[in-house]
Structure formats: C-alpha cells, structure tokens
Design a protein. Structure first.
Length: 216
C-alpha cells in the first residue's frame, strides 16, 4: 500500500485557503483511487515543528554517541520528520505565498528534513519521490507579469526540493486568490476563477495518476 505525506502550511482554514482547498481535492481523489493507501497528514499551522536550533543543527554533523541530551532530543525530532519523508511514496505540500515567500512553518520543516549525509548531498535518501506543491498566491507572478521578479516560492522550492533533496517536483499554481476580496482586483475575478478551476482539475488528475501508478 502506498503512503501519501500531506503537508499544509496555510494559516487559514480550508474555506479561506486556496492551497488547502486544492490540496484537499488532491487527497480526496487519491483516497478514491487508492482506498487501501495511507495518508500521513501534518498541519504545520496547527502543530508547528520546531525551528532549527544550534543543538539540532550540530547534532546532524556529530556522532550520535557524542550527543548531549539537548542534541539528542532535537535530533530525534529531526529524524522523526525525515523518516516520514523517506517512508512516503508521494508527497503533497500546500505552500501559499506570504510576503513573496513561503510560510515560516514550512521553512522550519524543510530545515529539519534537509540533512547532509542522509536526505541531502550525495545520498538523497528520498531521491525520486514525487512531490506535488500547491503554490497559491494572491496575485500573479508568472513570466511576463509585472511581479515576475518577486516569485520566490516556486524558484526556492524547486531548488531545495528538487536539487537539494532529489525529489521529483511538480507545481500546481492557483493565483489571483485575492481578487474576490480586493475591490481593486475585481476585474480579475474571472481570471481567478479560471485559475482556481484549473488548479482543482490538475489536482484531481495528478492524484489519480499517482494513485494508479502505485496501485499497479
């Protein structure tokens, strides 16, 4: 049975969060196609993981036998998160854009699971695992848009997840999500709705594709 690791990081509930709504659609279709599979869910907004500390960082480069009690406790948390990633057959990450970047809670998760000599570097213990990132944003930051140069979510996550961890990264990008709430963007509501519908369709298709791949 295949395991999906689903990570959400939006501070908003599903009805007010594009990343959560699209990720939820993905997981729903995954379960429908793969009812015997396992979904490991981690909500980083509700239950944040520890931000990396000196003890957690240095423990990753030291012999476990030499760990201080503080290092041992911090490293045990890192290992727990790393093992979740390593044991997953597919990963789903909700990554809304906050102030041109990812939520700090998601960055904390990444700082914990990036461990040179295990998940990163020459080994890359989760290498090849497919990861679908729902990268929602209130505006438009694609090529040719006025704010193209402010796009730090996809660029960063493609680098750290793809190059750093060796994962097979795919993005679903619902954009213009602020259009219904911002009167200045009201003329963009049709584009937002089209983007939302496209993202939901992509989530369904990707979930079915992966579920069928692992069920085969």
């Amino acid at each position: 049975m295949a395991t999906l690791l689903h990570i959400d990081s939006s501070v908003f509930p599903t009805q007010a969060s594009a990343s959560r709504a699209v990720a939820e659609a993905f997981t729903t279709h995954w379960r429908e196609q793969h009812p015997d599979g396992t979904v490991v869910y981690r909500d980083l907004a509700a239950q944040p993981v520890p931000h990396i500390t000196a003890a957690a960082h240095t423990a990753g480069f030291a012999d476990p036998a030499s760990h201080t009690p503080e290092q041992a406790a911090a490293f045990a948390e890192r290992v727990r998160l790393i093992e979740e990633l390593e044991q997953a057959d597919a990963v789903l990450i909700g990554a809304p854009m906050y102030n041109f970047s990812i939520p700090s809670t998601l960055k904390a998760w990444l700082d914990n699971v990036v461990l040179f000599g295990r998940t990163a570097g020459e080994t890359q213990s989760a290498k090849g695992t497919p990861v679908t990132v729902v990268a929602s944003r209130g505006g438009a930051y694609g090529p040719g848009t006025p704010r193209e140069g402010y796009e730090y979510v996809q660029n960063y996550l493609a680098a750290i997840l793809g190059d750093g961890l060796g994962l097979d990264v795919d993005f679903i990008v619902p954009e213009l999500t602020m259009a219904p709430q911002n009167p200045a963007m009201s003329e963009l509501i049709p584009l937002y709705e089209a983007s939302r519908d496209r993202a939901l369709e992509e989530a369904a298709a990707k979930a079915k594709q992966l579920a069928q791949r692992f069920a085969a």
